[in-house]
Design a protein around this ligand. Structure first.
Ligand SMILES: Cc1cc2nc3c(=O)[nH]c(=O)nc-3n(C[C@H](O)[C@H](O)[C@H](O)COP(=O)(O)O)c2cc1C
Length: 200
């Protein structure tokens, strides 16, 4: 399917420090599915970006409302407000999201400030929806719960109300997800469905 001017705008965050690992592979499949459904896809590999932790300096709560830190996060603010769909692909690290994911999320404090004031953050042209692609090396109880809670807070901030996920336990070696029957088909399908969701 070719891309239309009113195509769904989808942004995706690869949040693992391990290039070509399991969540990267799932994300590739999901983005293939989204592109098949006609989405305009923008992918950000956080491990290749320089994003400093939030300093809690209060800069975004006063003045311009913008983050004062001049780094690669500045490239993300506009797409984070404009995107119709968001994918976060992160392995579980110490029972939560990776530092790459959490650092980016913390830097969304300017949006949290706006939301807390009752302002509108989303400039999306279509109802917003998000997909979390997660893997963990083990199968401990509550493996994905902390990630879900962090993402729920972030989704509230970004005004994302349709929240989906596809998670896999016991995926540890770099290529383990390729050995899991149907995993990549399911990721592709999840990407396709995320992009084609009509907002009902
Ligand atoms: C620093 C670190 C912390 C980890 N913490 C957990 C954990 O708490 N629970 C778990 O099941 N796996 C944990 N893992 C294993 C990863 O989730 C697993 O290897 C995963 O497949 C990595 O995904 P990737 O290939 O996309 O990087 C950890 C790995 C690392 C390097």
């Amino acid at each position: 399917m070719s891309e239309r001017p009113d195509a769904i705008h989808l942004i995706a965050f690869a949040c693992s420090p391990r290039a070509g690992g399991n969540t990267d592979t799932l994300l590739d499949a999901a983005l293939d599915g989204a592109a098949e459904a006609g989405a305009r896809v923008e992918r950000f590999d956080l491990r290749e970006m320089t994003i400093a932790p939030c300093r809690h300096c209060g800069g975004c709560a006063s003045g311009s409302g913008r983050c004062v830190i001049d780094d690669d996060m500045q490239r993300l603010y506009e797409p984070l407000c404009a995107a119709d769909r968001i994918i976060v692909a992160s392995p579980v690290f110490f029972m939560s999201l990776t530092a790459q994911a959490k650092t980016m999320i913390d830097r969304c404090q300017p949006m949290w400030v706006r939301r807390h004031r009752g302002d509108i953050v989303s400039e999306a042209r279509h109802p917003r929806a998000a997909l979390y692609l997660g893997v963990g090396g083990g199968d401990l109880p509550l493996l994905f719960d902390a990630s879900r809670i962090v993402l729920a807070s972030w989704y509230w901030t970004l005004q994302v109300f349709e929240r989906r996920e596809l998670t896999f336990e016991c995926i540890d070696a770099k290529d383990a997800i390729r050995e899991r029957p149907t995993a990549l088909d399911r990721a592709r399908q999840a990407g396709r469905e995320l992009a084609s969701w009509a907002g009902d």
